[in-house]
Design a protein around this ligand. Structure first.
Ligand SMILES: C[S@@+](CC[C@H](N)C(=O)[O-])C[C@H]1O[C@@H](n2cnc3c(N)ncnc32)[C@H](O)[C@@H]1O
Length: 191
């Protein structure tokens, strides 16, 4: 990986709302290359580092949704810095409002925004994903809490994720595998 991008990711992994785990990025990149993903959607793009990695690996276009204005501004700067601005569409705002209005279709969707909203975003992700495309949902195991006993303060969030996983794994239009690395990554193929 580009050494500058690597350094920015290391910094972002230490922050609040961190960049995705290395194994998650590796999985995203190899899947994107394997299926020849052209159009990618990232929900919760933070500073745009994953979008940039995907573009440098050969994706044609990334549509990135980010709610936080400071992170969206950093993403814009990073896109310029890495020379990928022309291949990005940055949608600044709440994914819950943006997704229902979004058109087009995507080969790959990386769902990495607010975990409690995954289930609400799912119908739009399904609509926007091409047949044979992949939906990758990050942090679906959350420190092991989703399969174990969450701390009291996290019970509601964990319930949301459990509900999302139930719906995703029982949807006949998707074939889903849960990867254990990072905080858990659901890899779902639209069949
Ligand atoms: C875990 S971070 C994303 C990391 C990024 N995908 C990466 O790999 O570098 C989650 C991001 O979702 C954003 N976010 C939170 N709520 C959101 C919402 N309702 N709509 C869009 N983005 C949101 C946060 O501001 C944060 O940047």
């Amino acid at each position: 990986m580009n050494s500058e991008l690597f350094a920015l990711r290391e910094e972002a992994k230490r922050g609040r709302d961190p960049a995705c785990a290395d194994e998650t990025l590796d999985c995203l990149l190899s899947l994107a290359v394997q299926i020849g993903a052209k159009e990618i959607l990232e929900i919760g793009a933070a500073e745009g580092l994953t979008s940039i990695a995907l573009l440098l690996a050969g994706a044609e276009r990334v549509t990135a949704i980010e709610k936080d204005p400071a992170r969206a501004a950093r993403a814009r700067e990073n896109f310029v810095h890495f020379g990928v601005t022309a291949k990005t569409t940055l949608l600044e705002g709440d994914a819950g409002e943006i997704l229902p209005c979004l058109g087009g279709t995507f080969d790959l969707i990386f769902l990495d925004g607010p975990k409690a909203q995954y289930l609400n975003y799912f119908p739009d992700c399904k609509r926007l994903l091409k047949e044979g495309g992949y939906l990758l949902s990050d942090d679906v195991l959350l420190f092991g809490w989703v399969r174990g006993e969450p701390p009291k303060k996290r019970r509601m969030l964990v319930e949301h994720i459990r509900e999302y996983l139930d719906v995703l794994q029982s949807d006949p239009d998707f074939s889903t595998e849960i990867k254990e690395f990072g905080e858990g990554l659901a890899v779902s193929k639209k069949v």
